[in-house]
Design a binder for this molecule. Structure first.
Ligand code: KIV
Ligand code: ZN
Length: 509
């Protein structure tokens, strides 16, 4: 809501903006990404659940598999409108019609660069081709969304001419793609407001992030009259990607007070799913969905956030399905130490807190990261907590891998007894996970929700791992940090198990 009244002095802001999601089309065009049919179905269902208005399912002409996946998804009868991409020719449009989608997204390039070097057509020929194909599609009773590819590098008078022609031919909405991420907000303002003055049908904006301006340009388009935003989850897409759905949706709600149909609290879950299925890792510092988006380390910030989260958080993490994290390191202050110790049930005196902080800063100066495991170890030494979190300790891990199988042997000390557990899998992580699943199944009935391993980019840095477990709404997050990613992962597993044992122990006391 923050800026609505200020911006409304100069702009007419809409009450609501529609989200056209193109994760399964432009997002899948991310170099190196190819989704299986099952993965596409899973993502389409998650997007539907998230509340996107339109899902662009793909480009049926690309391959047989793509066409079949699209047809399978349309049979799921999702609430979101479905759409596919088609070039401005009969072959593509017929294929799109066969897919039985609600919308067809027809595109043709309009910039002189594309006309000269790609299409080898005149401006008039392009208008004629666009009009003919739109009339053809409309005769088949489908909703047509028309994109003028490379619109932002197209002569503006010509752009208006082609948009007027396609509107007359029956297009239901038009889209202004910034195909190579070349526009700046002030240019978008001129382009979109000029189109708005000349066109009566809804206007969409489709931005690429080559200069890191996709979200800013999309928001400016809305200020200037666009009612539909094309976006992808995690901002994936061609080259540097597209407008991030999560960033634009949160900005619209929070900064402009503009509604979308997006259920913000589901954003993180969908982001994680897309990360997992596409293999495109979300950077830690990415807005809203990045690991650090709601993490605080510096003493000043942690102090502020503990007093009132508003001091250093623009939105409540829970609003987007996240949780606040306090990270320990060399920038930490006493407030972090006291607060985190309290979360582990330990009340520290002032002197103890200072001692713990000194050790944390010392380790930070050595370039080390402090995980829960290390923090508890320091607490145990300093505050004489009676072997807290030490019910299970790792004695050794050995992993043997061949091309297709891995075998893990985990030697643990559980309440003073020695146990060797074995697990098999297609990878080292799967072998360890299988041991862990077995432990959880046999003991506490927790399920593994999610896990992450951040590999160290150089041998001097530490790998980190987190695992999240849940049982009937109760959540446990285990953490590990180690030079070896597999030991960090095992530490996270064991740390979570220890927390469960601690909790169960307290219940039985
Ligand atoms: O970036 C682009 O121009 C596109 C079009 C197909 C809309 O993705
Ligand atoms: Zn694009």
């Amino acid at each position: 809501m923050a800026w609505r009244s200020v911006i409304s002095r100069e702009y007419i802001l809409p009450e609501r903006v529609a989200i056209f999601d193109t994760t399964l089309r432009d997002g899948e065009q991310t170099p190196g990404v190819a989704l299986t049919t099952d993965a596409k179905i899973e993502i389409a269902k998650a997007l539907d659940d998230l509340g996107v208005d339109v899902i662009e399912l793909g480009f049926p002409t690309v391959s047989k598999g793509e066409e079949e996946a699209i047809k399978k998804i349309t049979r799921e009868n999702l609430n979101s409108k479905t759409c596919v991409l088609a070039r401005a020719n009969k072959l593509d449009v017929d294929k799109a019609i066969e897919c039985d989608v609600d919308w067809i997204h027809i595109f043709i390039a309009t910039s002189d660069i594309h006309l000269k070097y790609k299409l080898r057509m005149s401006r008039e020929e392009v208008i004629e081709k666009a009009v003919k194909i739109i009339e053809y599609a409309r005769d088949h009773d489908v909703v047509v969304h028309f994109s003028a590819e490379d619109a932002t590098r197209t002569d503006l008078d010509y752009l208006i001419r082609i948009f007027k022609a396609v509107e007359e031919a029956g297009a239901n909405s038009i889209d202004i793609p910034d195909t190579v991420g070349f526009a700046v907000p002030s240019a978008i303002k001129i382009i979109v407001s000029t189109v708005k003055k000349n066109i009566g049908i809804p206007i969409a904006i489709h931005c690429h992030d080559d200069m890191g301006l996709a979200v800013a340009n999309s928001l400016t388009a809305v200020e200037s009259g666009a009612e539909i935003i094309h976006a992808t989850v995690n901002g994936i897409g061609e080259r540097a990607g597209n407008t991030s759905l999560e960033e634009v949706a949160v900005a619209l709600h929070t900064l402009y007070g503009i509604r979308t149909n997006i259920k913000l609290e589901k954003i993180y879950e969908v982001s994680r799913l897309v990360e997992k299925l596409t293999g495109i890792i979300v950077p830690k510092n990415k807005a809203i969905v990045g690991e650090n988006a709601f993490s605080h380390e510096s003493g000043i910030h942690v102090h502020g956030v503990i007093s009132s989260p508003q001091t250093y958080e623009p939105i409540e993490p829970e609003k987007v399905g996240r949780r606040r994290k306090i990270i320990l390191g060399k920038h930490s202050g006493k407030h972090s130490v006291v607060e985190l110790a309290r979360r582990f049930g330990v009340e520290l005196t002032d002197v103890q807190a200072e001692e713990v902080l000194r050790e944390i800063k010392h380790r930070g100066d050595l370039g080390q990261k402090i995980s829960d495991v290390h923090f508890l170890e320091i607490l145990t030494k300093t505050a004489n907590t009676d072997d807290f979190n030490r019910r299970i300790t790792i004695r050794s891990i050995s992993i043997h891998s061949s091309e297709n199988t891995s075998v893990a042997l985990l030697h643990l000390n559980i309440l003073g007894e020695s146990y060797v557990l074995a697990g098999y899998g297609r990878s080292e992580v799967e072998a360890l996970l299988n041991i862990y699943r077995e432990c959880l199944k046999k003991t506490y009935g927790f399920n593994i929700n999610d896990y992450r391993i951040w590999l160290s980019p150089s041998p001097r840095l530490f790998s980190e791992s987190e695992i999240s477990l849940s049982r009937d709404g109760e959540e446990i997050v285990g953490k590990g940090v180690h030079l070896s990613p597999l030991i960090a992962f095992t530490q996270a597993l064991v740390n979570a198990l220890n927390q469960i044992m601690e909790k169960e122990g307290r219940k039985n006391d």
